[in-house]
Write a new protein. Sequence first.
Length: 129
Amino acid sequence: MTTVYATAPRESADDLAEFLGERLAACMNVLDRPSTYRYEGEIRDRTGEASPFAKTTPETHPRPRECLLDERPHDGPCIERFDEDDVLHPFGNWVAGEVGDRRDRAPGTDGRSRRGLYAHGTNRSCGDT
């Protein structure tokens, strides 16, 4: 599983939910958090920023990255890729089953395991509480 992380203006981060409709991500989390950073010798704060996290696959990763680059208002944006190799198998299968063209899914990646989507047996999506 791959997670794409970025910093973005809050309004841009909210627009990234389109990743779900386009099957570029299985789940999005957006954390409201101002950025504090060193730039041109000064410590700066940027309020109104958010940190979107998109759960996707290594194969699909380039498209969310391209979309994030298109939305960035400045040069040198923070866009990072994390490749997780320690993910609960049912969750990883669910992500793989929800991203990309459903016809291309490998057998057994329909988003469900014998015990359900999550190891504790429920079938909630990542946005359910």
